[in-house]
Design a protein around this ligand. Sequence first.
Ligand code: B12
Length: 290
Amino acid sequence: MSEVLLERRFLTLQEAADELGVHYMTAYRYVRLGLMDADKIGGTWKVSPDAVAAFRAGSVRSPVAAGERAPWSERLESRLVAGDARGAWGVIEAAMAAGKELDQVYLEILTPAMVSIGERWSTGELDIDVDVDIDIAIEHRASAIVMRIIGRIGHRFARRGRARGTVITAAPVGENHTLPLAMLSDLLRLEGWEVSNLGADLPAKSLGLFVTDTPDVVAVGISVSTEDCLAQLAESCAAVRAVAPKLLVVAGGRVIRDDDHARSLGADGAATSGQQMSLLIEEHLATLQK
Ligand code: B12
């Protein structure tokens, strides 16, 4: 994008502060907390006139809107799209200080922010320049920031005391969505399970070998986000069945429709969350003990 175009479309942070009649640092804080949209371009903050107008009009992002604060996920999304890792972490810290629990941070803040970014990407809303299509780069950058957030708070999901058994989580060959797996794994840890997250793009044969090598394994959770990887998920289920016929295999992720769908692919059932999978494991273990 040319410098001229940039100048026409954006204000500097100082100009935005002047427009709002506040100190530069106050405007900076609005941006950092995700209360006013801004982008970091060439090392400096740029604010669109629309963002200043929305802020001044008391839109959902404005702190002056009758005490109504923008949802945490919306504030996070604005920081993720801007590539503002520190600001994104600031939103998470503020949400936790306001009482959000760890599972809420994943399910009510991180997940909706990423889903919305996915929707904006698929409609082209994240295009910065029609000639240089870097929209997917913004999604990649947002994913990397979310991974760092998960890295920072992940250890807090571990429960004290004796683990209830090991759950193996993985995504099949071709499936590169690691965020769903990372969040699922932490949410299972919160339920007291030891989790071995084998990550994305795992060959079915290796999953089978790992299952054989894990003495206290109680279940396997396989995650798929793309339609193209459903056949590979079926191969992963078959590989686990071949070495551990009685082990619970749960399928999940955006493209798993329901239990019937999961069973048609060779899993025992479907689950949409760590908590739901945890209940399935408990039921399955109880059945085995009968
Ligand atoms: C971030 C992202 C990416 C990142 C991934 C980064 C990473 N390290 O993970 C990048 C940019 C690399 C990417 C690449 C692609 N992506 Co993508 N991506 C997304 C996006 C925006 C967010 C995914 C995410 O993190 N969601 C948040 C997580 C936490 O939510 P979740 O998936 O629902 O997971 C939760 C639950 O479902 C559950 N769960 C998940 N798995 C399991 C498993 C079990 C056993 C259980 C119990 C529960 C469970 O627990 C999780 C935590 O609560 C989605 C949009 C969306 N709607 O999700 C598209 C999306 C998944 N991607 C899509 C596509 C098409 C692609 C690409 C093919 C794009 C391309 N042309 O290059 C590639 C494919 C890469 C591949 N081969 O895997 C499509 C899939 C469409 C489809 N039906 O097949 C989506 C839906 C976007 C869209 N609207 O079109 N993507």
